[in-house]
Design a protein around this ligand. Sequence first.
Ligand code: TA6
Length: 309
Amino acid sequence: MIVTVTLNAAIDKTYHLPALAAGQVSRVDRVYAEPGGKGINVARVIALQGVPVLATGFAGGSNGDFIERGLARQGIAHDFVKIEGESRICLNIMDQDGVSTELLEPGPTIAGQEMEAMRQKLAQLAVRAKVVAFSGSLPTGVPKSFYAELIEIAQGQGAVVFLDTSGEALMRGAEAKPYFIKPNEDEVAQWLGHSIEDENALMQGLLRLNETGIPCISVSMGAQGSLAAFHGVCYRVRAPKVDTVNAVGCGDAYVAGMAIGVSQGLPVEECLRLATASGTANALTARAGYVEPEDVKRLLDEVVVELIG
Ligand code: TA6
């Protein structure tokens, strides 16, 4: 089983409208409301590909109820720590030209005993998990070191750990040496302590990070694909060209594909192929964190994985 952890779960609302004009009334044509937040998106994309998954994290209030009911309706197993606060709403406003504006709420304040409940729940769930994937921002009140703590708990139970977050939560979480991370170029530069001039410098930087004890690192190049350093070997991965309908959640779908590949013990190239095909398939649907499994299968053959050093 794969377990996904979303500490800052959300209702992801997507508003499709002709144009967003600041300071004016805009009428919305279509609304999608889904259980969301990065880890929940990861769980959905895994479930859609028929692989056993369980979503955990913090959920509270009527938004938390909506998230849990939505997951049940979508057939996704879940076991959240119930919190006093209200889970957040994340809004994606898409205009007719496909330009997306995201408004992400900070999320509820988490109390000390709720964090303790999370530590205990994770210890129970991680025993049964091959992969535990932590994704997304930390809600208010949660220390930046919390991911590192949870990673150590999951690793202590024998799970392979993924961490997809940003900024200080990533820097601190990475100290616990997760198996897979997905930083952006700026975060890699911050780690290395110098700017990155070109692809070769990025590649050398990722290899140095491998040496610090993080075996698998992917840096997204957007629609072009990604650059990855896995176990001291670098790969350039070219994504198939598609007409993007909604790019929100592509990174989460990439993590989902990678988690499936790693949990099934696929070779590195196949993991990168599945991750990229899943990320690209997400771009083809109007919903965030969603894929049609046939799209993933079809796109697999179109992903190009090159060994570059
Ligand atoms: O990756 C897209 C997305 O997952 C949205 O679905 C939205 O919920 C958001 O990211 C949350 O990101 P955050 O980093 O705040 O957890």
